[in-house]
Write a protein that binds this ligand. Sequence first.
Ligand code: PLP
Length: 382
Amino acid sequence: MKKLENTFRKLKTPFYWYDMELLTQTLDIVKEESGKHGYHIHYAVKANANKPILNKMIQYGLGADCVSGNEVLRSLEVGFSPKDIVFAGVGKTDEEINIGLENDIFAFNVESIQEMEVINELAERKNIKARIALRLNPNVEAFTHKYITTGLNENKFGINIENLDAVFSILIKLTNIELTGIHFHIGSQITDMNVYKNLCIRVNKIQELFTEKNIKLQHINLGGGLGINYNIPCEDLIPDFKTYFKIFADNLKLKPNQQVHFELGRSIVAQCGNLITKVIYLKKGTQKEFVIVDAGLTELIRPALYEAKHQIKNLSSELKEQTYDVVGPICESADVFRKDMQLPKTKRGDLLAIKSVGAYGQVMTSQYNLRNIAKAYYSDEF
Ligand SMILES: *Cc1c(COP(=O)(O)O)cnc(C)c1O
């Protein structure tokens, strides 16, 4: 990355820089490892919805996993096939559901009984049948940050298993929906692979509840959540997709002809993104020394929102390391990228790269403090 400093000097900071070669290598592995088991992969658009990134997913034959009507529209616009689009979300509005219905998407991942009824009603008005999968809450602990765990009973996502009987009795009355599958997504940045084994065990049990009712499920969707190495990204640029998919292959009990789907976001795009920022000032506190940079939580909110720690590299200095707090210019005390971080001696004008920001980085941009919107650049354009 240091080699790119001269290129970066010509661009207005802060900006996002995407390493498209790494994205390609990652997708090669995803294709190879998921292909061994015949799995279908949907890319979670909310992680990064930039068009060049989405185009790459299409090039590799991935489907799209959307959580808003606009994500469905964006996916269609860039060329995902409707038959490869799934649509989740606890609060789909009528307008958003209609977008899915009009485009005949693969499945709505339904998160409540009432939503199921509304989809049925809207489909009836159009005289069509909507395909749905039930997003079920398997109550599996994901051991991740409290803001990104989604599979526990007290979470707002999904339908609790205790409510399945109610679902079954209502479902037979709803003639404009077809139940084609079940869906799970238990959280994000999951690094303990045992969590996925536990998920499989739960899913096998839950499948039996459907078999007892003589309900055939065409597909099982296991969601996403595979974590990445934020601490030392260069040691793990590509997550261990081989082990990940194998856990499902070894532990899931499938019925004949049942398809298996995944929705991967972070694990595909996080490592290819860098936020490049310039040092504006150095400032000494009583105990600390601050590096004040021109990027802030408006460009990358993950440290403030999830207590996320991103690796930071100084691209302009190879001097002896010192301890710094790296902070942004926004008028919020939470606008801190890293506390007590070792960086080579840093000066005004140095360029820093904040690593592993390809997922849930640029998409959460805000204009708080009336900030300019940072641009994105892609390595294959240079
Ligand atoms: C966010 C999300 C994903 C992707 O999660 P990652 O941790 O980025 O892999 C998958 N499915 C659903 C329903 C989601 O909301």
